[in-house]
Ligand binder design. Structure first.
Ligand SMILES: *[C@@H]1O[C@H](CO)[C@@H](O)[C@H](O)[C@H]1NC(C)=O
Ligand SMILES: *[C@@H]1O[C@H](CO)[C@@H](O)[C@H](O)[C@H]1NC(C)=O
Ligand SMILES: *[C@@H]1O[C@H](CO)[C@@H](O)[C@H](O)[C@H]1NC(C)=O
Ligand SMILES: *[C@@H]1O[C@H](CO)[C@@H](O)[C@H](O)[C@H]1NC(C)=O
Ligand SMILES: *[C@@H]1O[C@H](CO)[C@@H](O)[C@H](O)[C@H]1NC(C)=O
Ligand SMILES: *[C@@H]1O[C@H](CO)[C@@H](O)[C@H](O)[C@H]1NC(C)=O
Ligand SMILES: *[C@@H]1O[C@H](CO)[C@@H](O)[C@H](O)[C@H]1NC(C)=O
Length: 335
């Protein structure tokens, strides 16, 4: 390992010098990565999937079983979701909404959607998700995440997640036993748990907290939304958030080059205590909005977020969910 590490260090230190020799091919907006001790190495990333506009919904499955996280939602199949306008295409963008027209009776659940890409992905992939806006309302628990066929054996990567009107994002890995993250490359986020193992009794996972007020909810939306990018290799998972005004030009130009980006907000390194090739496999991309449930349903999370009363009490009134919608500009996958 020491030899390998030294070699990687050399590569990451020498890259900016090498690429400087060929100006014009890439635009650099930051050189901060020169000091990153990570294994983010240059590669010509080719876009292999581009989800947006008209055919977006055909490439995703609609999950319509009861919410495994016990949210008070009826996840809709594709027919009902589109008919009820809870999933709709608007130009290049796709809207995923929670029902905000129906007043519920006690015991009823609210219609919502949870979709997953039909395509499965593995290590060696760069994902760039551009959201114009995301759900931000008391009672909701939205997430942009990836997950393998058998949970938690094949792992889960939560990229953008929170509850209610939280101001900041939490990124988390969930795995079966035997995955502790004891290697971090440089990152701006704060460690919130190192043991990724999830069980019924403890589903905290290993997290990283962003402290940026544009990373989640209202703050994210006020900044015009932005990009969540993540690079998944068997060596590390790095996550970046860019508010709209800070999106690197190479992303916009479809020539993403993470070696030129600032230090990631979240970094999870593989190592002897977590073999990523064993713990993360065959992931689908997932976007959902649930309501109440395991995280958002309890009084503690409600009150911490300044939301009044109980989550169940909010559920009945449709106007509480006017802002519980995703506006997805595009999701690009590069290999
Ligand atoms: C990426 O695309 C370019 C041009 O389309 C091609 O030359 C190159 O081989 C591709 N690289 C990979 C890794 O597929
Ligand atoms: C879809 O709508 C039909 C008819 O209204 C209903 O029977 C069915 O339960 C709905 N499916 C879901 C997932 O809500
Ligand atoms: C979604 O975002 C796009 C781009 O910002 C915007 O033009 C469109 O009006 C938004 N749609 C909705 C329903 O908010
Ligand atoms: C990377 O650098 C940070 C601080 O600069 C250090 O805490 C961390 O251990 C380093 N990671 C590796 C893999 O060397
Ligand atoms: C957020 O974290 C960064 C990096 O750790 C730090 O420089 C910054 O001061 C923090 N900002 C706030 C608002 O806490
Ligand atoms: C939550 O708070 C409400 C009052 O706001 C109270 O009636 C209820 O018992 C609390 N639930 C729990 C589980 O503490
Ligand atoms: C539902 O929310 C959307 C988006 O905020 C809004 O345009 C619409 O008027 C709302 N519907 C009702 C019935 O209030």
């Amino acid at each position: 390992m020491p030899c390998l590490f030294a070699a990687l260090l050399l590569i990451s230190v020498s890259l900016p010098i090498l690429t400087e020799a060929g100006p014009g091919s890439r635009s650099f907006r930051s050189r901060r990565t020169a000091s990153t001790n990570s294994t983010i190495v240059f590669k010509n990333w080719n876009r292999t999937d581009w989800y947006r506009g008209n055919d977006f919904l055909e490439k995703w499955d609609f999950f319509d079983a009861p919410d495994p996280t016990h949210g008070l939602v009826n996840y809709q199949n594709v027919g009902n979701a589109t008919q009820k306008k809870l999933a709709l295409v608007q130009g290049d963008n796709v809207i995923l909404a929670v029902d905000n027209t129906t007043t519920l009776q006690p015991g009823q659940k609210r219609d919502s959607v949870r979709i997953s890409s039909k395509a499965k992905y593995n290590a060696g992939t760069l994902f760039i998700a551009d959201f114009a806006s995301m759900p931000a309302a008391c009672g909701v628990w939205p997430a942009w995440w990836t997950v393998g066929p058998s949970w938690p054996t094949h792992g889960e990567v939560d990229l953008l997640e929170g509850v209610h009107k939280f101001g900041t994002n939490k990124m988390t890995l969930h795995t079966s036993a035997g995955c502790v993250i004891d290697r971090r490359d440089q990152m701006t986020g704060k460690v919130d748990g190192t043991n990724c193992e999830s069980s019924n009794a403890d589903n905290q996972g290993c997290g990283v907290l962003d402290n940026s007020t544009t990373s989640y909810g209202d703050g994210f939306n006020k900044a015009g939304g932005g990009v969540y990018a993540h690079m998944w290799t068997n060596d590390a998972i790095h996550i970046w958030h860019f508010a709209r005004a800070d999106i690197p030009v190479d992303i916009t130009a479809n020539t993403p080059d993470p070696t030129t980006w600032p230090v990631p907000v979240g970094s999870f390194g593989a190592g002897p205590d977590c073999d990523f090739s064993q713990h993360f496999q065959d992931h689908v991309l997932t976007i959902d909005t649930t309501i109440c449930g395991d995280w958002a349903g309890n009084n503690k999370s409600m009150h911490a977020a300044g939301c009044p009363g109980t989550c169940e009490a909010l559920l009945a009134e449709p106007s509480n969910f006017n802002l519980a919608r995703w506006n997805i500009s595009s999701i690009s996958v590069y290999q």
